[in-house]
Design a protein. Structure first.
Length: 370
């Protein structure tokens, strides 16, 4: 059997964790273990990352540096500017809860040409899990930041976490983001990972109905790029017989997607593993950029990362047993680990069921109805 996990030696993006702190939020479904601690990334970590990244970006004008998790704006404008300064020729983006966005932050985002992604779950009643440290609803605080972005003419994408994929809410969810004017919308069905445990399992049929209803709403007014629908349509374009595909999409190289933590540790493939430790795998890092260059860590990932071999076995088992593997490609490491009791070689996860299988079936149902 061909190795189902082959990592590319050059990533398309790097995720940087400028701080673990998330202000002023304490969302009930958050997976981050240290979101109440103000740990800041030293500038020397960013400088170490920038050396190989700048070389990669010289050959790839789309190369992205993503500032993410906790709340990156909690690092402050001056410190975030110092962290960004060593990078050249990259596209900077930030994923924010928007609660700290004011006129000064808008000026910073414009001056540094930063793409903005906002985390908000839809209309007010769909944001019950987004609360502040004081336990108050955060919707209006987030919307205040979004309004500042709009006033300054700053385009933004959005990520929504859906805890209850109710098909009756799909059209209203889409309409909210269409009216908000987001460029792209990503929809994540709530996952069991990190410190977010005991998530209620979503019904697969109902979840497929949700994706079908969301696709219906998008098709009726396709003003927003829906990330998940695009994935299905792109997949379909590669496997239709008329296209004569040259290779199995699931056999493509995996983007190693390195996440660099505040102290310089590098976690590959699953940012959600950052900050956790395991008696078998340690802290899940492949190494630290203060000791070894990021390009070396990526190139030598298989020998430096104890858990990847077990993860590879799990993906091979998925390939052998799951009829959806060509689309899914195998569950993400963090979902396997947290849903299978610390094992990386389990197969189907709730994430597979809701975000892959139900998604494919729901969008396919819409296409057939058309």
């Amino acid at each position: 059997m061909r190795n189902p996990v082959r990592l590319a030696t050059v990533p398309r993006a790097v995720i940087m964790q400028p701080t673990t702190l998330c202000l002023p939020m304490d969302c009930t479904y958050c997976y981050l273990p240290f979101r109440k601690a103000k740990n800041l990334m030293p500038v020397r970590v960013a400088e170490a990352v920038a050396r190989p990244v700048n070389e990669w970006a010289a050959n790839d004008p789309t190369f992205e540096v993503v500032w993410h998790g906790g709340e990156p704006l909690s690092a402050g404008r001056e410190h975030l500017a110092r962290l960004m300064a060593p990078f050249e020729g990259v596209k900077h983006s930030v994923q924010t809860n928007a609660a700290l966005v004011d006129d000064a932050w808008c000026g910073f985002l414009l001056d540094h040409n930063v793409h903005v992604g906002v985390s908000i779950d839809g209309p007010e009643d769909m944001n019950r899990c987004r609360v502040t440290r004081a336990g108050h609803p955060a919707f209006h605080v987030i919307m205040r930041g979004i309004e500042r972005l709009r006033q300054h003419g700053i385009p933004f994408s959005a990520i929504a976490v859906v805890s209850d994929p109710d098909p009756a809410n799909a059209a209203r969810l889409y309409a909210f983001f269409a009216q908000l004017g987001v460029t792209t919308l990503g929809v994540n069905v709530e996952e069991e990972e990190g410190v977010n445990r005991g998530v209620q399992e979503a019904d697969p049929v109902r979840t497929a109905d949700f994706w079908a209803a969301l696709t219906d709403a998008w098709r009726a007014d396709p003003v927003v790029r829906l990330r998940e629908i695009s994935r299905v349509l792109n997949f379909a374009s590669t496997v239709l017989p008329a296209q004569q595909p040259q290779s199995d999409p699931a056999s493509a190289l995996w983007d190693p997607l390195p996440t660099v933590t505040v102290d310089g540790g590098v976690v590959l493939l699953s940012p959600e593993l950052a900050g956790f430790t395991d008696e078998r795998f340690g802290d899940f890092t492949t190494g630290n950029v203060l000791h070894d260059s990021l390009d070396v860590l990526v190139d030598e990932a298989n020998t430096r990362t104890p858990w990847i071999a077990e993860f590879r076995d799990g993906v091979a088992a998925c390939r052998a047993t799951c009829g959806y593997f060509a689309f899914c490609g195998g569950a993400h490491p963090a979902n396997r680990y947290f849903e299978h009791g610390g094992r990386m070689d389990g197969t189907r996860t709730r994430y597979c069921t809701t975000a892959k299988i139900a998604l494919l079936e729901g969008v396919t149902r819409h296409v057939r109805s058309q």
